[in-house]
Design a protein around this ligand. Structure first.
Ligand code: TRP
Length: 346
């Protein structure tokens, strides 16, 4: 495999309010990656409409996710911040990949099975095709690294399968057009971080989710300090004090989750947290967690509210990002069309 320039791509869907799980599992890591990589961060609105979205609400959420990126510290002068539907190459490459990916591969996607549920006949074709569009997102930029959660690992594997099959099927044309041995990189997932999985505050065995009916199960990024405090204080725990070693968190999912959240917010490890709070009662630990969460999330929520009040500014950031994204993707897609054998408009 030839060397590809290191490039990070990731996407967040503009559906449902953003919560602590989205922040610690994704956005906070996106911010940190800017120091090491050239990064593109995309609001994936084409993915959002694979299930029904109220149009007005979709518009609001696209701007809100953008605001969250900026408020959390993604620097639009350095990283490319944009929304998918403004860059036509995503959908264009997805079509070509539809003709590379195999039905059998998509039939194995567990997320489709979960999202479609029992009424599969009534799922949109877009929902089925979702992973192919995701491969197009990543490979339109020939991105080498993708920070994602555990739940997206299978989609990343599909992305690699599509890249590999394209590289093999078109090996002759790829070489003829001067692209060497392979046109697409085999993209690596970047999974992990201290709180890759933030769990519900009501049930430590379930992921924190925008679709949980109880708002007490999650901390939303726009929650005010009072709401944050109330939710942390009401978070489910067990009756024991905190252990002093991480081994003592096993089989205590709620304790493990709160310690993990504390660690991730404080850029520390679970060990560090237990060194300080081992033996403490939850009442004391929750007090410290409220202070920490309010200190870290309060300013982000406030900045988000300030930003969404000025949609003109957000739209300008997105327009500038789309232009920069398209400048990278357009030559790649033009090359793909040459490789496939299409005739260019002259
Ligand atoms: N499927 C991802 C999710 O739900 C969102 C996404 C779309 C994405 N395209 C992507 C993530 C490309 C990483 C790279 O979390």
């Amino acid at each position: 495999m030839p060397a590809f320039k290191e490039l990070v791509f990731s996407g967040v869907q503009p559906t449902g309010n953003l919560h602590l799980g989205n922040y610690l599992g994704a956005i906070k890591r996106f911010v940190a990656m800017q120091a090491q990589y050239e990064c593109l961060y995309c609001v994936v609105d084409l993915h959002a409409i694979t299930v029904w979205q109220d149009p007005g609400e979709l518009t609001r959420q696209i701007r809100e996710v953008t605001a969250a990126f900026l408020a959390a510290g993604i620097d639009p002068a350095r990283s490319v911040v944009f929304n998918q539907s403004q860059v036509p190459q995503h959908a264009e490459l997805a079509w070509i990949f539809n003709c590379v990916a195999r039905l059998g591969w998509l039939n194995r996607m567990t997320q489709f099975k979960e999202k479609a549920g029992k009424d599969r006949e009534n799922a949109s074709i877009g929902l089925y095709d979702y992973p192919v569009l995701m491969a197009a997102d990543i490979l339109a930029y020939r991105a080498t690294h993708v920070p994602v959660g555990e739940d997206q690992k299978q989609h990343l594997e599909l992305t690699r399968d599509i890249a590999q099959k394209f590289n093999n099927d078109f090996a002759g044309a790829i070489a003829e057009h001067g692209h060497g041995e392979a046109f697409f990189p085999l993209t690596e997932p970047l999974i992990g971080g201290p709180a890759a999985r933030v769990m519900s505050l009501r049930d430590g065995t379930k992921k924190m989710s925008k679709s949980d009916p109880s708002d007490y199960s999650r901390i939303n990024l726009t929650d005010d300090p009072d709401a944050i405090a109330q939710k942390v204080r009401k978070a489910k725990t067990d009756a024991e004090p905190l252990p002093s070693e991480t081994a003592g968190l096993e089989k205590r999912p709620e304790a493990d989750n709160l310690v993990g959240i504390f660690a991730a917010l404080n850029d520390a490890s679970r060990e560090d947290v237990l060194r300080e709070y081992g033996g403490a009662q939850f009442s004391a630990f929750k007090g410290a967690l409220v202070d920490l969460a309010v200190a870290k999330l309060g300013p982000i929520g406030a900045e988000m509210k300030r930003l969404v009040a000025d949609p003109g500014h957000i739209d300008a950031v997105l327009a500038e990002g789309a232009a920069r994204a398209e400048a990278i993707a357009a030559p790649n897609i033009a090359a793909v069309k040459d490789i496939v054998g299409f005739v260019r408009r002259r």
